[in-house]
Design a protein around this ligand. Sequence first.
Ligand code: ASP
Length: 411
Amino acid sequence: MKKKLSLPVKILIALVAGIIVGLICYFFVGAEVGGAFTTNYLKPFGDIFLNLLKFLVVPVVLLSMIDGIVSMGDMKKVGSVGVKTLLYFLATSAIACVIGLIVANIFNNANLFPVLSQDGSTFEGGEFQGFMSTLVNIFPSNMWKAFSEANMLQVIVIAVFFGGSILAAGQKGQLAKDIVSSFYAVIEKLMGFIIGLSPIGVFTYMAWVVATQGPNIVGNLAIVILCAYIGYVVHSVVIYSLSAQFLAGMSPLAFFKGAFPAMTFAFSTSSSAATLPVSKECTDAMGADPDISSFVLPLGATVNMNGTAIYQCVATVFLASCAGVHLTLGQMVLVVVTATLSAIGTAGTPGAGLIMLTMVLTSLNIPVDYVGLILAVDRLFDMGRTCLNVTGDIACAVFVSRWENRKTAKR
Ligand code: ASP
């Protein structure tokens, strides 16, 4: 009997096949025709797959968080998991910023960054509304609007309120509890089915990215992309290995092996939110407590963006040098603070980090139009940063899970 290939192997094969097909399209068919072919005939299948994942995001986040909270059994445990999770997210994001700044400054001081001039094209950036109005906007005034707009922070708040209230209602909340866990079981089945299709999504997206972006576009920005990727690799190898070894009590190799399917998936889709179902499978297969991963992962896919933080720091130093601004130490501290906050505010969707980058630039008085210089290659930055974002969520879930389990065992 033939042995069936496991999903991670299929994803890996799809990734390599996508790169090969993309290269063939680019070099042998010609960038224009090959690019148009992948855009018109391959990418749509990737889009269908991504649409299916996106439609799952709101129900998965909502149900998995409510189910996670309810299964934890008491609000004290939810609070303890929540605090650890948020502290982990904040600490690793700040470390990511520092790593990003160090790597970028090494490149900048060695005069490795190209100096490009802004060509006058304009770029619409996102606007930071101020801390208080951001805070107000986290709380939904209309539940359905939060769902239909996929406003994930609001969905998380709704989940926390519902989960907490079901617990508080005690015996009377039993039916609501059963309904949530039954719906969640159904959504999990659906997720399993859609994830089974992921090699198609990975293959078509990779072929499209390679065929349309080709080596030319990387051109003189290759060095900046390399700089960001060095930051990504340093952060994941150092921070997640240490976290796996000392906080989660597992070997770094086992950790990366377990997280691999989600990492490849994030790399090719550039969306933490869409990768959520895959991250959940990986994390649970690594032995994390499903209740805890149900709580930590959706939160992480919304607020924990280590890769985005590194990218924003590297891009800021690069664009500052293009604008002729030399960043002082004080300004670097400002970059750490704003990049950490803007990474938290970044949605887990493709390209969101680029929009939020404008917030960091504005805080340094660098015109946001400079973002235009890296716009064309953003996808290449995005693939790596999303991969890191997702790995960070998984690292946090296994760590918090182990900590909570040890606490329970002690009792
Ligand atoms: N694409 C990233 C993510 O989904 C967000 C970003 O653009 O930085 O995690």
